[in-house]
Design a protein around this ligand. Structure first.
Ligand code: C5P
Length: 407
């Protein structure tokens, strides 16, 4: 619920870790970005940083008490008013209380009393970060739809080094603004065509060859592009719900995807081949079900068309074409070779052997390689956040004057 003057209402929860001082900077960034920020500190947080510091910078005084004489039930007001609740830093203890559904202080009670999206930025020592209990609590929160900004590797309290350092306040602020949908409509007026999911190549009427792709990254790209103002066509094999405003074309096979993509890409500004297209298909699929009693059939495969290469060859001037690659070893090396081979402008590669990356996960971590030789790496984040980073790179490649000239 935005404030009467239209600013998004953000509850900034701070729990008790040394990184609490960095939440001061996060608070300032959010206020500067036009948010109404209501800070909520746990009791332990107040040991690290004073309420007064937050009160001075935020849009309303910092709160710490579940029982407040002036506002009898502050957690419901905060929870119901919030457009977004952030917890930064989130300690292992806070994650455990939140995952368990406890409500024993103002911050956890607010987390329970809200329907707004929640963004959590954990920070703790590496030993704690790697504890199975912490890993499980975080996985549980992630499954429930909580957005996580992963900690970085770096210097920790007491001079130690390792994973668990709070993400940069600028990164957390950016993720928060993404969730609030406060990205510029930088793709307004652009036509974006995206493929998603794994193709299914029939062996007979009941069996097919396919792969592990879920279509989640492609659907997240379509949603992100639509939110940024693009007119989006999504060619997908997946039954995942499509975001409002996205035109969806359902396909099954590589051949159908080829046809739909070729047609849709003709007048597109951006084409993203996020689908996992089968490289081979049965050459002569049976028209009736293959019977077990006849013994194991010999299935002869033939290559499918490389849709991406074909789209690159046919593309109109100014169109930006993005390919994907899933790799398990020598990730950057193989990706660079693939970028060269396919001829697309950008290649998004993920190491599908890494935990929580790629197929069927709600999270991803990618490298975005460009023909200009630059590589941007995106650490583990939701597929939606990764989608926005990919679109940021696409924006860098869209050349408005060339685009106008080609019309
Ligand atoms: O060669 P590889 O399959 O690893 O390339 C992956 C990229 O090529 C993805 O963008 C995928 O959508 C695309 N591709 C394609 N047609 C194929 C195979 C892959 O467009 N037959």
């Amino acid at each position: 619920m935005a404030t009467p003057d239209g600013r998004p209402f953000v509850v900034l929860g701070v729990s008790g870790g040394i990184a609490a001082y960095k939440a001061v900077e996060l608070c300032r960034r959010l206020v500067d970005a036009g948010c109404h920020v209501a800070p909520v500190l746990t009791e332990h947080a107040t040991r690290f940083v004073g309420e007064l510091t937050f009160s001075a910078l935020a849009s309303e005084p910092a709160q710490t008490e579940l029982y407040d004489a002036a506002a009898v039930i502050p957690h419901t007001r905060l929870g119901q008013s919030a457009d977004l609740v952030i917890v930064a830093p989130a300690t292992a203890h806070l994650l455990a209380r939140y995952a368990a559904g406890m409500a024993d202080d103002l911050l956890t009670a607010t987390l329970l009393a809200t329907r707004a999206p929640v963004l959590v930025a954990p920070a703790m020592h590496t030993e704690m970060w790697e504890q199975p209990s912490v890993v499980d609590n975080l996985a549980l929160l992630r499954r429930r739809g909580v957005e996580i900004v992963e900690p970085a590797v770096g210097r920790l309290a007491g001079g130690d080094e390792g994973a668990g350092r709070l993400a940069d306040p600028a990164t957390i602020a950016e993720a928060a603004l993404d969730l609030l949908g406060r990205r510029p409509a930088d793709l307004a007026g652009r036509r974006v065509v995206i493929s998603a999911g794994g193709t299914r190549e029939p062996i007979d009427p009941v069996r097919f060859l396919t792969n592990r792709s879920s279509g989640k990254q492609g659907h997240a790209l379509a949603a992100a592009a639509a939110d940024r103002g693009a007119s989006v066509v999504l060619v997908t094999t997946s039954a995942l719900p499509a975001h409002a405003g996205v035109r969806t074309i359902s396909v099954e096979t590589a051949a159908q995807m080829h046809e739909a993509m070729t047609e849709a890409a003709q007048d597109a500004d951006v084409v993203i081949m996020a689908a996992a297209v089968a490289d081979f298909r049965p050459r002569d699929p049976e028209s009736t079900k293959v019977k077990r009693e006849l013994g194991a059939p010999e299935i002869i495969l033939e290559p499918t068309p490389d849709i991406l290469v074909d789209l690159v060859e046919r593309r109109p001037a100014g169109q930006v074409v993005v390919g994907f690659a899933a790799e398990t070893d020598h990730v950057l090396e193989h990706a660079a070779a693939k970028l060269e081979r396919k001829g697309c402008d950008l290649l998004v590669v993920n190491d599908v052997s890494a935990p929580l990356v790629g197929f069927d996960h709600d999270t991803n971590a990618v490298h975005i390689l460009s023909q200009d030789g630059t590589t941007v790496s995106v650490d583990l984040a939701s597929k939606r956040a990764v989608a926005d980073r990919i679109l940021d790179r696409v924006m860098d490649h869209l050349n408005p004057s060339a685009e106008k000239d080609s019309r």
